[in-house]
Design a binder for this molecule. Structure first.
Ligand code: TIU
Length: 228
């Protein structure tokens, strides 16, 4: 059986690798560039930039092998029908969701701030799931799409580790997916929160899933595809 070397123990790959998908969570301008939702919440968004080349490398590798990629994007309908009042009130900054920022209406679908950052732009054939919540399964078609493609294994990257990535992994774990988080392809505005999240995920025998480095993921998948 092929595997990725991981924590707390090896992550077994499916015998048919078409059952594995890369999930790129919320690598959108709203979180990575000044003037979006992340900065509005009081964060230093430059913290997240360092993972861009690593996520890009995972994306390129998975594309090279013609495996599935699903990106997610947190945002609300222009009429804000799907935005709870409680969420709109958070942050206490000068601006809030829907206000006009330098990149358009903050956290609103279709606005420039809501786009996936250029280096990770999806191909036309790649799925982008717009999500109103932190978890990508809440109020979206993600589970239906993954099931219809018989996906059982999810490799997670993206931001932020302890908010949307962890929420989505927990939702996926409860739905029966085998989940692995790529340690150096996820980031938080708070390094200590990222570290704690990695530990929480792999604690108790992998209660939410596995963690591995980007290199371990690529090595494991490449070996599986070459039959080693
Ligand atoms: N604030 C924060 O850390 N994250 C979010 O609001 N959304 C995501 O994590 N994508």
């Amino acid at each position: 059986m092929s595997h990725i070397t991981a924590e707390p123990y090896n992550y077994e790959l499916p015998s048919n690798l078409s059952r594995l998908a890369l999930v790129i969570v919320d690598m959108q301008r709203d979180f990575l560039e000044p003037g979006g939702f992340g900065e509005m919440l009081g964060n230093d968004v430059s913290q997240l930039q360092k993972i861009v080349p690593v996520v890009q490398q995972q994306q390129t590798t998975i594309r090279t092998y013609s495996l599935s990629i699903n990106q997610t994007r947190e945002g609300h309908r222009p009429d804000l029908y799907d935005c709870p009042i409680s969420k709109k009130k958070r942050g206490k900054g000068k601006l809030t969701i829907d206000n006009q920022g330098p990149m358009g209406r903050i956290l609103v679908l279709g606005e420039p701030c809501n786009a996936i950052i250029d280096p990770l732009a999806p191909l036309v054939k790649e799925m982008v799931i717009s999500k109103p919540g932190k978890g990508a399964f809440y109020n979206t078609k993600l589970h239906r799409v993954l099931r219809s493609h018989k996906i059982s294994h999810l490799i997670f990257t993206g931001v932020t580790t302890e908010v949307c990535v962890q929420s989505t992994m927990r939702e996926a774990n409860d739905r029966g997916y085998e989940c692995l988080l790529v340690e150096d392809a996820t980031e938080s505005y708070f390094p200590e929160f990222k570290q704690s999240t990695l530990e929480m995920i792999r604690a108790q025998g992998g209660i939410v899933g596995w963690t591995a480095t980007a290199e371990q993921v690529i090595t494991g998948i490449s070996a599986a595809l070459s039959g080693k």
